[in-house]
Design a protein around this ligand. Structure first.
Ligand code: F6P
Length: 342
């Protein structure tokens, strides 16, 4: 049995831990051979491979990024994409593919498996934690840890100057990172894509925080939008995924807060720092377990399935089901956290 492995979409701390789990168990327990495909779906599309064996995965557990490389290439959008993928898999004598990715990458795996007979097993990956079917994705805990540390640090500089500090975190469609890091870091306002925000309300929370002699920290997810549609139409742009974004929402918000409250405001955009570097212990644990269970799914011939965390168990769910809709923040959970606003 030869198993192909690829990592697609935005990189994420823990990818190497999954790869190591797959290869270690696959070689040691089942005697499988592996082919690493380079840069996500570009690998099978163009026949770009990397060696993947025990020496190749030695020492990679704590390393961020992915030894296989990643991209957002979509073979379903490429000319003769399906035929080329199938031909290259056959050329490499690959019997099954383990696809490690988020909604887009796994969406391709679901279609290749269900409609075109390419045997795929999925592993959920995203710092955004917005994949359905799993309680958590690896990478999320690391990203939340990095954002929380940044918020902790920003509190002291905000207090020293009695300024508003706006912290923009990742999350185009879901506010999980904003919600978790905002709560953990004691933010005074948390704004998420799921709940369009009222600028006047934000300013009144900011003002009340100053009245209590504290400097407010506002955490905003990059995909959060104000209720005021005019502002979105004026400043909104389409991002590389074709979604409306108020580009630079953090900067925009700080300017508006300054204008409306008369208080000095600054913005920190955390960006890709949230995705880089070594994974947390939890993410190494989760990613490794996902890898071990993914190779078991291959051994069982249980294709079209994604490994997922339910409580403390790793289960298998249809990839198509997990990628059918995003897992967003429930309004009840947001309102639970809003007791700390202002
Ligand atoms: O999906 C992961 C993610 O990091 C999002 O949080 C972010 O919006 C996006 O990827 C950024 O993509 P890129 O690295 O291609 O700019």
């Amino acid at each position: 049995m030869r198993v192909g492995v690829l990592t697609g979409g935005g990189d994420c701390p823990g990818l190497n831990a999954v790869i190591r789990g797959i290869v270690r168990k696959g070689v040691q327990e089942y005697g499988y051979d592996f082919t690493g495909f380079k840069d996500g779906w570009r690998g099978p599309l163009e026949g770009a491979t990397v060696r993947l064996d025990i020496p190749a995965v030695r020492g990679i557990l704590p390393r961020g990024g992915t030894i296989l490389g990643s991209s957002r290439t979509n073979p379903l959008k490429a000319e003769n994409g399906i035929r080329r993928v199938k031909e290259n898999l056959a050329k490499q004598e690959v019997d099954a593919l383990i696809v490690i990715g988020g909604e887009d990458t796994l969406g391709v795996a679901a279609r290749l498996n269900d409609e075109y007979g390419v045997p795929c097993v999925g592993v959920p990956k995203t710092i955004d934690n917005d994949l359905s079917g799993t309680d958590y994705t690896f990478g999320f805990d690391t990203a939340v840890g990095i954002a929380t540390e940044a918020i902790d640090r920003l509190h002291t500089t905000a207090e020293s100057h009695m300024r508003v500090l706006v912290v923009e975190v990742m999350g185009r469609h879901a506010g999980w990172i904003a919600l978790h890091s905002g709560l953990a870091g004691g933010a005074n306002v948390i704004l998420i894509p799921e709940q369009p925000f009222d600028l006047e309300q934000v300013c009144s929370w900011v003002t009340s925080r100053f009245k209590a002699s504290y400097a407010p920290i506002v955490v905003v997810a990059e995909g959060a939008l104000p209720k005021d549609g005019d502002a979105v139409l004026k400043d909104g742009t389409l991002d590389s995924f074709g979604h409306v974004r108020l580009s630079g929402v953090g900067e925009w918000l700080a300017k508006e807060i300054e204008k409306r409250t008369g208080k000095e405001a600054r913005t920190t955009v955390l960006g890709h720092v949230q995705r880089g570097g070594t994974p947390s212990a939890f993410d190494r644990w989760l990613a490794t377990r996902f890898g071990l269970h993914a190779i078991d799914a291959v051994r069982d011939g249980d294709f079209g399935k994604m490994v997922a965390l339910r409580g403390t168990d790793i289960v298998r769910v249809p990839i198509a089901e997990a990628t059918a809709r995003l897992k967003t923040v429930d309004p009840a959970l947001y309102s639970e956290v809003s007791v700390f606003f202002g």
